[in-house]
Ligand binder design. Structure first.
Ligand SMILES: [Fe+2]
Ligand SMILES: [Fe+2]
Length: 489
């Protein structure tokens, strides 16, 4: 009997839909309009529009319009080509542009009070929890560039103020983004905000020594920089959870909340499917180590592992880990069993979305089995018939992993079960098992839509081999005498 083990037909090319690029243009257009209107209002009403000739005001507006357009086009190209994975849901680009636009608009008016009071680090402080370091840095520099060129009509020490804004923005942005670990406690994030804004004050002291002509308003400028620094710290702390909630964005703090055992779905797992909960914990321990090994976010890996099998809640007793003797599949046809088993991926996604779990975590519920076959019931079907059994009817219907963490969960999910089933696992046998498992998934195209590299897969394998001993240690079997002795120790 010939059975096809080729790749299933259902592999999709993993690129953002074209509509996402147009929607991103829309987001940028709104941002452009808001910033430009703010610039015009400031030029006209606040920057001595009456002192300027009509021509100079129009000329200034045209220069601003063109420069703003060029900078936003550059930023659009950065996201569209360098960070196009953000375009799958658009909520992160929308959050980035919202923060970016608000900070620049605020700066345009703050500059009227005193140009040195501009919020040069706030963009980086607000964006860092939601996105990669380079995004936070790039957006902060662009925000400072745009904010600074609106100072061109400023009458006093224009060059000093513009260069201060750009350089202190780049410096304090770099410090906030690169000088601290990506995973912070709340206290560390306050410290980061403090160090970041202090660096702007220090930068002003350097500027004073360079631009000695600017000494006259020294105390006033220091006061504005100090107040601005404190305001940016407070704004970052207060605005961050608002952005997180408004866009349902996943920060490390949110991920920790999601893995609290009192979180509603996790609590349901503990009560209704304790076997699945224990399995998820074990997968989470592996996934966290693997994520760290390839430079991915371990908090995100842990949260994905906690939620990857929540779909089993709908039929908990049909999954081996929750059974205590009785197996309902003994009374079912293999195709019915396969349908119940495969349904947990889609149910998991639906349950996550109902409970407002971030979509990137919910997607792992769909992707963690990819389009792999459910071999147990496929083999059972083969044993019950002489005719050919189509393996495609025993495959999961999910999408294949599209992020590296989803790939890690796929590997750790299978590895956890397989290693647990081994009688006497040793490093060599575990390594061989993992190599075969990963090779098979590569052959079946499970990582075709994912940017994970072979080196990273090797690092994941090494991380599991290094960790399984500690995570699956066996207990010594005490006899009565030993137990009695140990009671006296
Ligand atoms: Fe699963
Ligand atoms: Fe699982």
């Amino acid at each position: 009997m010939e059975v096809s083990t080729d790749k299933p037909n259902k592999i999709k090319i993993n690129r953002p839909p074209k509509s996402a690029y147009f929607l991103l243009v829309g987001i940028f257009a709104i941002s452009y309009a808001v910033i430009y209107i703010a610039i015009i209002l400031r030029v006209h009403f606040l920057s001595g529009g009456s002192e300027n000739t009509a021509m100079s005001e129009t000329a200034a507006n045209l220069i601003f319009a063109f420069a703003l357009l060029m900078l936003l086009v550059a930023l659009y190209l950065y996201i569209a080509f360098s960070r196009n994975e953000l375009l799958f849901t658009l909520k992160v680009p929308a959050a980035l542009m919202t923060v970016f636009t608000i900070v620049i608009t605020a700066n345009i008016f703050v500059a009227y009070l005193n140009p040195y009071a501009m919020l040069v680090s706030l963009t980086a402080l607000l964006l860092l929890p939601y996105t990669k370091r380079r995004d936070a840095f790039a957006f902060n520099v662009f925000a400072c560039l745009i904010s600074s060129f609106t100072l061109i009509d400023n009458k006093t020490n224009m060059f000093a103020v513009v260069s201060f804004t750009i350089i202190s923005g780049a410096l304090s942005g770099a410090i906030s983004v690169y000088a601290f670990p990506s995973s912070l406690t709340r206290m560390m994030s306050v410290l980061r905000a403090f160090v970041t804004v202090v660096s702007a004050v220090a930068m002003y002291a350097v500027f004073l020594s360079v631009y000695s002509f600017d000494v006259r308003p020294l105390q006033e400028n220091f006061l504005y920089i100090g107040v601005s620094a404190a305001a940016q710290m407070l704004l970052a702390i207060f605005i961050e959870p608002i952005i997180e909630s408004a866009f349902n964005i996943t920060t490390d703090f949110k991920l920790v909340e999601l893995t609290n055992h009192k979180a509603p779905l996790i609590h349901r797992l503990i009560v209704e499917a304790p076997g699945t909960f224990n399995h998820s914990l074990a997968v989470a321990n592996f996934a966290e180590i693997c994520a760290s090994a390839i430079g991915e976010n371990p908090f995100f890996a842990r949260a994905c592992a906690y939620y990857h099998d929540v779909g089993k809640l709908n039929n908990a007793m049909y999954f081996t880990e929750n059974q205590a003797g009785y197996n309902p599949h003994d009374e079912l046809l293999p195709e019915v069993s396969a349908e119940i088993i495969r349904q947990h991926t889609e149910d998991g996604y639906a349950l996550c979305m109902e409970n407002r779990i971030p979509e990137e975590i919910a997607r792992v519920a769909i992707e963690h089995h990819g389009t792999l076959p459910i071999t147990y019931f496929y083999n059972k079907a083969k044993s019950l018939t002489d005719s050919e059994v189509d393996m495609n009817e025993y495959r999961y219907h999910g999408d294949t992993p599209r992020g590296k963490i989803a790939a890690i969960i796929m590997i750790c999910d299978s590895a956890e079960a397989a290693i647990r089933a081994m009688d006497n696992p040793d490093g060599e046998r575990v390594d061989k098992l993992l190599k075969n498992m990963i090779d098979e998934r590569l052959r079946l195209g499970q990582f075709d839509n994912c940017a994970i590299t072979v080196q990273e897969l090797n690092a994941v394998r090494a991380a599991i081999v290094g960790a399984y001993g500690g995570l699956f240690h066996k207990r010594i079997k005490y006899d009565n005498a030993a137990r009695k002795d140990s009671a006296h120790v």
